[in-house]
Design a protein around this ligand. Structure first.
Ligand SMILES: [Zn+2]
Length: 75
């Protein structure tokens, strides 16, 4: 798809994992769709995606309390 930033047609959608907030408010969201452009390095979240993230963060205490566990790696 076309990159909004540089106009080249090499951007593609991929899923990424991102953490928001910190301390007790920390939340890890997996499979966030981002538009990734290899030419200019731009990563764009659509307005719909941003809104959905806001909804997830707002509803975190109700919906995700049971599921949320700190994520780390066994080195
Ligand atoms: Zn670009």
């Amino acid at each position: 798809m076309i990159c909004d930033n540089c106009g080249k047609n090499r951007a593609f959608e991929r899923k990424m994992t991102h953490t928001y907030g910190k301390g007790k408010g920390l939340i890890l969201i997996e499979k966030i769709p981002v538009i990734d452009c290899p030419d200019c390095g731009e990563q764009v979240l659509t307005a719909k995606t941003i809104k959905e993230i806001e909804n997830i963060r707002r509803g975190r205490d109700k919906q995700l309390k049971q599921r949320f566990v700190p994520v780390t790696q066994f080195a």
